[in-house]
Design a protein around this ligand. Structure first.
Ligand SMILES: Nc1ncnc2c1ncn2[C@@H]1O[C@H](COP(=O)(O)OP(=O)(O)OP(=O)(O)O)[C@@H](O)[C@H]1O
Length: 682
């Protein structure tokens, strides 16, 4: 088969679609049959209760296969909309002619011949679509490397089952399809990018060697998309050993989780479990403590000019803090227990024996050693003196050993750490016995060092998004909790770490076995928006995608009232223009966002406010803080109050950079008074 003309391609598409329709019908019939059998079994069970135990398993299996048939039908219905997006004609070295390989989101087989009509984008042969232009090519088949030549490479845009256009890619300098995809208005949720994955992104998706993969990618480089496609790839490649429940994602907040929740189902996979580092630590501390969230910490830091707060947070967000905590744990190990002679009835156990018994448990976590030592002393009395300790003796031994050791209260030990390291002023409990954000992690880490923890063995792959916002002590906790493979992704230029950016060197220190990759091409925003954002946080490695749009607007108004009028006008213009769907007014803090919401509501502008408590991502006009907007994207962004006074510190600058890089197509900045210093040169 060698289909070349567009007409022939259209005819081929119809053949494939009718094949899918037939398979859907067969699947629906199978699901119906399974449902009927299940009902029959259930009725039988109701009437023959004594056979419940025997039949239970077969009922569960039946329900499972019925669900699987339905899931397959759903997948095929999606496939019917876009059966494939690409094609390569590959001529293997030893063959005389090229074979077309159609590539889609999932595979499709001919029901009669069982040959592949469409290959899954994750299949070995499909890798050549992403890795090579026409000409010499190869791929790794299960049986070894296959070499040959790609004689044709074609991309299709098929929507609602109709071929909109097709492009032979070797004939184009720019990837036209990618340009078209990027120019589209935003969707409510993140979408899959299988049709236009780039070569360097593809390498990250398929990387399997590294135990820890650190992906540093500039804003909009596709890190989150790539991470989700990487999960889909791992689930496909290792489907015998890994299921979606074996993968865990640590994500920054619920809105973000909701925003990315469509990608895996679109790729035919189930969503994976998600949690946050805060929730993990809460479990670790048995929900005993209340602590500030990162979100609250960032807001407090930006709104509060308390030097003490910055000093405390800076220290605890640094690598030194983790280092000192480790040294403190060693110190406690050596000084926690001061052995003394121990009288039990008429026997006196010498301090050397007490010390010896205690030392024999040095492999146990510090706070687990006393009960074991007490047991050893009871046994010592028995074999040395033939004395059987009574219940009262046992309790006395435990009490005496406890008196020889320091406090076993981890919070007290954690507070004492600050005196020990010569920084007694750096621990402060907030009103209502609330711990400051980093203290929750310092405390949890110390508790792991002193009390031990079991690895969470169920997780086979852990994915951490926004890696730059985790502090070293949090990574130390993660390393203690998970022994599985890790994928970390983020952008050090979007850091909210008050101690400054965590450079890639710190990640190397934290994970010496890690492999680091950089994604420097930015896809989300237009060339003009990226160049504008570069003035705020220059990054010489960043390559903007060549997609052009309006130059960002800067509106300097004479007073706050005029600024509000300007924002109102900009929103109205957006509402009139139907080409875009989402507009975010991104404020520096949640407090500013709430005030902006009030003003706009007063002006009867239909707008919604997204806060740290929100669970869902919406489109339309919304007000949001820069911190919460991280990871999200909008057709248009307006950033208000960008004054010299409001954007002063490095963190403010980081927030401004984050806010600007959320915009896909248009960006406007407003202020009243002098504009932020980093924009004065523009
Ligand atoms: N190869 C690609 N084809 C089509 N779209 C792409 C591609 N790579 C990235 N994109 C698009 O670029 C946008 C940014 O992607 P994504 O959110 O994954 O980037 P990110 O690096 O996580 O961004 P940030 O760190 O700024 O939040 C998304 O709209 C995504 O669909």
């Amino acid at each position: 088969m060698c289909l070349i003309t567009e007409q022939e391609e259209r005819e081929h598409l119809e053949v494939i679609k009718s094949g899918i329709t037939q398979t859907i019908q067969a699947g629906q019939q199978l699901a119906k049959r399974k449902a009927a059998e299940l009902l029959e079994q259930k009725t039988y069970l109701r009437d023959n209760k004594e056979e419940k135990a025997i039949l239970h398993q077969s009922v569960t299996q039946m329900a499972g296969s019925g669900e699987a048939a339905l899931a397959k039908v759903k997948q095929l219905q999606r496939l019917l909309q876009t059966p494939y997006f690409g094609r390569i004609d590959f001529k293997e070295k030893e063959h005389t002619s090229a074979q077309p390989v159609y590539i889609g989101v999932c595979a499709l087989k001919d029901p009669d011949s069982h040959s592949n009509l469409v290959y899954d984008w994750r299949a070995p042969v499909s890798s050549m679509f992403y890795d090579f232009e026409t000409g010499t090519a190869f791929y790794q088949a299960p049986a070894g490397e296959r070499k040959g030549e790609i004689t044709l490479k074609r991309q299709y845009r098929i929507k609602d089952g109709q071929l909109e256009f097709m492009i032979d890619t070797a004939a184009h300098i720019y990837d036209e399809l990618l340009q078209r995809e990027l120019s589209n208005r935003s969707d409510e949720k993140m979408k899959n990018i299988v049709a236009t994955i780039q070569k360097d992104q593809h390498a990250v998706i398929r990387e399997e060697e590294a135990p820890v993969l650190v992906i540093q990618g500039v804003a909009g480089s596709g890190k989150t998309s790539i991470a989700l496609h990487r999960i889909a790839f791992l689930l496909y490649k290792h489907r015998e050993n890994i299921s979606s429940n074996d993968i865990l994602i640590l994500s920054p907040n619920k809105i973000f989780s909701d925003y990315i929740s469509n990608v895996l189902p679109e790729l035919g996979e189930e969503n994976i479990p998600e949690t946050s580092i805060g929730r993990l630590v809460n479990e670790l501390l048995n929900n005993k403590y209340v602590f500030q969230t990162l979100f609250e910490q960032t807001s407090t830091l930006m709104e509060n000019k308390d030097a003490g707060l910055s000093e405390r947070t800076n220290f605890k967000s640094s690598f030194d803090f983790l280092h000192s905590l480790n040294e403190y744990a060693v110190y406690l190990n050596n000084h926690f227990f001061q052995p003394e002679a121990l009288p039990v009835g008429r026997y006196l156990i010498p301090s050397t024996v007490v010390a010896e018994q205690y030392a024999s448990y040095h492999r146990l976590p510090l706070l687990k050693r006393i009960p074991e030592t007490a047991g050893a002393i009871v046994r010592y009395l028995q074999y040395k003196h033939g004395y059987e300790a009574t219940a009262a003796d046992k309790s006395l031994i435990k009490k005496a050993l406890t008196a020889m050791s320091g406090s076993t209260n981890v919070l007290q030990l954690y507070k004492a750490f600050f005196t020990w390291c010569g920084k007694p002023g750096l621990f402060k409990m907030l009103p209502g016995k609330v711990l400051e954000h980093p203290d929750a992690f310092g405390l949890a880490y110390l508790s792991i060092c002193l009390e031990g923890v079991r690895h969470n063995r169920k997780v086979k792959h852990l994915l951490i998004d926004e890696m730059q916002d985790y502090i070293p002590v949090q990574y130390a906790i993660i390393s203690k909790l998970f022994s599985c493979k890790l994928t970390l992704l983020g952008d050090i230029n979007q850091s909210l770490n008050p101690a400054g950016k965590m450079g890639l060197d710190i990640f190397k220190k934290l994970f010496p076995q890690s492999q680091q990759v950089k994604l420097n091409k930015s896809y989300r925003s237009t060339f003009e928006i990226i160049c504008f954002a570069q003035q705020i946080a220059p990054n010489s490695e960043l390559i903007p995608v060549e997609r052009h749009g309006k130059v960002p607007g800067i509106y300097i108004e004479k007073d706050p009232a005029a600024e509000v009028t300007r924002i109102h006008t900009l929103i109205m213009e957006f509402a009139k223009n139907n080409s875009y769907k989402s507009l975010a007014i991104i404020c520096k803090t949640e407090k500013e966002a709430a005030a902006m919401m009030e003003t706009l509501t007063h002006l009867r502008v239909p707008v919604s406010l997204l806060t740290a408590a929100s669970n869902k991502f919406t489109d339309g006009v919304m007000v949001i803080s820069a911190h919460l907007a991280k990871g999200l994207e909008f057709d248009k962004v307006i950033i208000p109050m960008v004054t010299e006074k409001n954007y002063q510190t490095d963190m403010d600058r980081s927030m401004l950079y984050i806010a600007c890089t959320r915009a896909m197509h248009e960006l406007d900045i407003t202020c009243s008074g002098r504009i932020a210093a980093c924009l004065q040169v523009l």
